[in-house]
Design a protein around this ligand. Structure first.
Ligand code: FAD
Ligand code: NAP
Length: 540
């Protein structure tokens, strides 16, 4: 479809595109690729200077996937699957960055991407059924469809600590390592945060830092990745079974090839339970909490897995006092489980010190370090591994206005509301990828992005075939979707933790569980909608 150009009353030339995509991560790149293949006119705006999204920004030492690389990759092209080599079971950030860069080159996507450009506003013009999209460079683009692929974990958050800005050393957030990264060799480093980012970066920095202080507020559950280099034989074997690997993963709630043991934790003897946990621990990765079918459903069952990890911490950490302080006392898995490469082992190093913020809180940051209740920690570098304003942070950074000029920020005042995680009532022709209300955060998000983008592109094609110009979520359907999500979540332990899944990591953010818990069920809902000709939407 040729790009339309028209003159406005003011005489400026106006581009009218089929679609504007925001974000060049896994989701946005695939959206661009699919729309391009359908002959659509598209432009993609990306704040960073390269593709990759998460894997562009989070290039901190130790960054790597917590799900197997063979699975955390696109499946749409068998040739791509076969030609790309993942060198490790859990590949590191440079390989992921290279992969997305290769995809951009291989499918000729770069011409349509404008880098180092943020979309700052998007407004739906009801009279023309078009989105008016404005960038921070002042460019205005008009498009029929507005595709928001800004990432569920792309808006970093910093704690509010008095004196932060006075620190004279280097301050850096893991999620902005790309632009602000630090060389820590022979330096005194403080890492704040013990989520997945903190658990990944700290052991890596400790290898070269003069001294590393890990500032822990909530002790984390972490399991070993048991990462390894894949040899040629293993790679060949996996690749010859790729279709089966994908099929197995897509049948799983998490869209990952995790073998879920449907047996309950108390349906086996104590010895058998320990044997199964040990087997999963030795295998490595997120499959640990799939050791029994009720670990996410039953608090007592959950405790058996938590106890197992606590025992492992006692065995690994040589100093009993440090081990005690590292002991998590929450539910395992209710916050995302960390998958590490030597996290607990790191505390056996002479140059690593654990600072337990529960007994020794941070009072302030000054020019030379962090002041805690027990004294001053002299630092050259402060690493904020303090997480993200998940799901809504990057979307609401854009001033999005739908029907009647209504602000998305106002509509989501008490939490994000979507239908199928893809659309929002009052915001016609806007689609979100890896957004709230989808299985984002809990499912393999490359697979999920493919699923969602395929649905979006098929939907656009269908609207055109029907000669229609608008598609919009229906309020009642959206409310019902929200209730279904809550009902699913309430049967699990997820709402019980103060995690980013519920927005509890951002002061003042309304508490909502923002994910769909079951990828196959989610796919069925999306498919049913498409098969009904989008009868569950308003199409005009
Ligand atoms: P992103 O990759 O976040 O890309 C969004 C892009 O949008 C970014 O490049 C951003 O710059 C751009 N953008 C945002 N706002 C604007 C704007 N206004 N204008 C222009 N551009 C904008 N998930 C897993 O399933 N497995 C993992 O192992 C895993 N590891 C992770 C490790 C880290 C360190 C983090 C932070 C997340 C991880 N995730 C993981 C989640 C990860 O975010 C998703 O898997 C996936 O990368 C999301 O892709 P996306 O395209 O939706 O978003
Ligand atoms: P996170 O899970 O939200 O962890 C943030 C950490 O910072 C928590 O330990 C939190 O403590 C701490 N923190 C926040 N504010 C603090 C303060 N004021 N003082 C002291 N500590 C503070 O964020 P993340 O580690 O960046 O991970 C986010 C998600 O990204 C992960 O859950 C995962 O999905 C993804 N990720 C994946 C990988 C991977 O292995 N592939 C790596 C990184 C990220 P509290 O717990 O007490 O709030």
């Amino acid at each position: 479809m040729l790009q339309k150009r028209e003159k406005t009353i003011a005489g400026d030339e106006r581009q009218t595109l089929d679609a504007v995509v925001v974000g060049a991560g896994a989701g946005g790149l695939y959206a661009l690729l699919r729309l391009k293949r359908e002959g659509r006119t598209v432009r993609l705006f990306e704040a960073g200077s390269e593709v990759g999204g998460t894997w562009y920004w989070n290039n901190y030492p130790g960054a790597r996937v917590d799900v197997p690389s063979l699975e955390y990759s696109y499946s749409f092209d068998r040739a791509l699957q076969q030609e790309w080599v993942w060198p490790e079971r859990y590949s590191a950030q440079p390989q992921l960055q290279a992969y997305f860069s290769h995809v951009a080159d291989r499918y000729g996507l770069r011409d349509q991407i404008t880098f180092e450009t943020k979309v700052v506003s998007a407004e739906f013009d009801e009279s023309r059924s078009l989105w008016k999209v404005r960038t921070d460079g002042g460019e205005v683009v008009w498009a029929r469809f507005f595709i928001v692929a800004t990432g569920p974990l792309s808006e970093p958050i910093f704690p509010k600590i008095e004196g932060m800005s006075t620190f004279k050393g280097t301050s850096v957030h893991t999620g902005r390592w790309k632009t602000d990264g630090a060389d820590v060799a022979h330096k005194r480093v403080g890492v704040i945060g013990t989520g997945s980012s903190g658990a990944q970066i700290a052991p890596e920095l400790a290898k070269t830092a003069r001294k590393l202080h890990l500032l822990q507020r909530t002790p984390a559950y972490s399991v070993p990745s048991q990462n390894k280099v894949l040899d040629a034989q293993e790679i060949a074997h996996l690749k010859s079974n790729y279709d089966a690997i994908r099929e197995h993963a897509r049948a799983n709630r998490s869209a990952l090839g995790i073998d879920v043991n449907d047996v309950g934790a108390f349906e086996v003897s104590e010895d058998e339970r320990q044997r199964i946990f040990e087997e999963r621990w030795q295998y490595g990765g997120l499959g640990f909490t799939a050791a029994f079918g009720d670990l996410y459903l039953d608090v007592d069952a959950n405790k058996t897995a938590a106890d197992f990890v606590r025992q492992k911490i006692r065995e690994i950490v040589e100093d009993a006092d440090v081990a005690d302080r590292l002991m998590p006392d929450t539910l395992i898995g209710a916050k995302r489980l960390c998958v590490d490469n030597g996290y607990f082992q790191m505390f056996n190093r002479d140059n690593v010190e654990l600072v337990d913020l529960r007994e020794n809180p941070v009072l302030e940051i000054d020019e030379t370090g962090i002041v805690t209740a027990q004294g001053h920690i002299d630092l050259d570098v402060i690493v904020y591994a303090t997480g993200f304003d998940a799901f809504t942070g990057s979307i609401l950074k854009i001033d999005i206005r739908g029907r009647g000029g209504k602000e998305l920020k106002a509509v989501w005042d008490s939490g994000p509301r979507t239908y199928l995680g893809l659309c929002v009532a009052g915001f016609p022709n806007m689609f979100i990828v890896n957004g709230p209300g989808s299985p984002a955060g809990l499912a393999n998000m490359v697979t999920l992005a493919e699923t969602e983008v395929d649905w979006i592109v098929d939907c656009i094609q269908s609207i055109d075939r029907q000669g229609k110009s608008e598609i919009e979520a229906i309020q009642e359907k959206q409310d019902c979707w929200g209730r279904t999500l809550n009902e699913m979540a309430e049967q699990t332990i997820y709402p019980l933790a103060n995690s980013w899944y519920v927005g509890a990591n951002v002061p003042g953010k309304p508490r909502n569980f923002m994910s769909h818990l079951d990828y196959p069920e989610y796919v069925r809902s999306c498919r049913a909608s498409a098969e009904s000709g989008y009868a569950d939407f308003r199409v005009e």
